[in-house]
Design a protein around this ligand. Structure first.
Ligand SMILES: Nc1ncnc2c1ncn2[C@@H]1O[C@H](COP(=O)(O)OP(=O)(O)OP(=O)(O)O)[C@@H](O)[C@H]1O
Ligand SMILES: [Mg+2]
Length: 240
C-alpha cells in the first residue's frame, strides 16, 4: 500500500451464518447450515413448503433462538444476545418485508412507515420526513386523503419496503415479498427490490417459491435437509 496501511481485502459481509442448528418438536430444520451474504448482494432461498425457509428468517431476526451456531449481521453476533440488546440490534441492522405487507390499514402510508422509526426513538418530525421521502422515492401516493387500505397491492408492498428501509438496515429480509401480487405488479416490485442491495449497500436474503423471482437474485440456493445447497434445475425451472 502506498501509504503503508494494510487495507483488508475481505468483502464486508452483511450476514454470516455458521453451523446453524435448529430443532422444533421432533423436526430438525437446520443441521449446521452456513451462509454468507455480502453487502450489495441478493440471495434467494427456495425450497418446498415446510422445509424451513420462514424459520430461517425468524432465526436471523432472533424471533426463535438458534439451537447452536452463530448468526452475525454487519460484523455483530446476534446469537446469544439478551432480549433488549437483540431488539436494539434488530432495529439497527435488520429490515423485514412480509408477504402481505403487515401494514396497519387505518394509518396513512406515511404513518405506517414512520411508526417503525418512532419506535426506534427517532424524533417525530425527522421520522415523518424520512418516511415521506422514502415513499416518494418508491412511487407511493401519499396525499392527505390516502389511507393505506385504499392503496393497490403493489403500492402497499412498496410501503412495506419503505418501512423496512427506514432504519437504514445492513440486511434486508423478505419472505415471499411478491407472493400476493399479480404478474405485472410482481415484476415492478422485483425491479425495485433487487435494486436495493446496490443502492443501499445492504445485503438481501429473500425466500420464495417463485423461480421467476428467485432468478433475479445474484445467487439462488435451495434449503434441503437442513442445509443450503445449489438448486436443482427442476426447482428453478431452468431460469438460470
Ligand atoms: N413453533 C413451531 N412448532 C411446531 N412446528 C413448527 C414451528 N415452527 C415451524 N414449525 C414447522 O417447521 C416446518 C418449517 O416451517 P416454515 O414455516 O419455516 O416452512 P417454509 O419453508 O417457510 O414453508 P412455506 O413455503 O409453506 O412458507 C413446518 O413443518 C412447520 O410446521
Ligand atoms: Mg414460509
Amino acid at each position: 500500500m502506498a501509504d503503508g496501511i494494510e487495507v483488508g481485502m475481505a468483502v464486508e459481509m452483511a450476514l454470516e451464518i455458521r453451523e446453524l442448528a435448529y430443532t422444533v418438536g421432533d423436526r430438525t430444520l437446520m443441521k449446521g447450515l452456513n451462509l454468507s451474504v455480502e453487502r450489495g448482494q441478493s440471495i434467494a432461498v427456495m425450497g418446498p413448503s415446510g422445509s424451513g425457509k420462514s424459520t430461517l428468517l425468524s432465526l436471523v431476526l432472533g424471533l426463535v433462538p438458534a439451537g447452536a451456531g452463530q448468526i452475525v449481521v454487519a460484523g455483530r453476533e446476534l446469537t446469544g444476545l439478551r432480549s433488549s440488546a437483540l431488539a436494539r440490534a434488530r432495529r439497527e441492522h435488520l429490515g423485514m418485508i412480509f408477504q402481505f405487507g403487515e401494514l396497519l390499514p387505518e394509518l396513512t402510508p406515511v404513518e405506517n412507515v414512520a411508526v417503525a422509526a418512532l419506535l426506534a426513538g427517532t424524533e417525530r418530525e425527522a421520522a415523518y420526513q424520512n418516511a415521506q421521502e422514502l415513499l416518494d422515492g418508491l412511487g407511493v401516493p401519499t396525499g392527505d386523503l390516502t389511507s393505506t387500505a385504499d392503496l393497490s397491492g403493489g403500492e402497499r408492498q412498496r410501503t412495506a419496503i419503505a418501512r423496512a428501509l427506514i432504519g437504514s438496515p445492513d440486511l434486508l429480509l423478505a419472505d415471499e415479498p411478491t407472493g400476493a401480487l399479480d404478474h405485472a405488479t410482481k415484476l415492478q416490485v422485483c425491479d425495485l427490490l433487487f435494486a436495493l442491495p446496490q443502492a443501499r449497500n445492504c445485503g438481501m436474503l429473500l425466500v420464495t417459491h417463485d423461480a421467476e423471482v428467485a432468478a433475479r437474485a445474484d445467487r439462488v440456493l435451495q434449503l434441503q435437509d437442513g442445509h443450503l445447497v445449489a438448486p436443482t434445475s427442476e426447482l428453478t425451472g431452468d431460469l438460470r
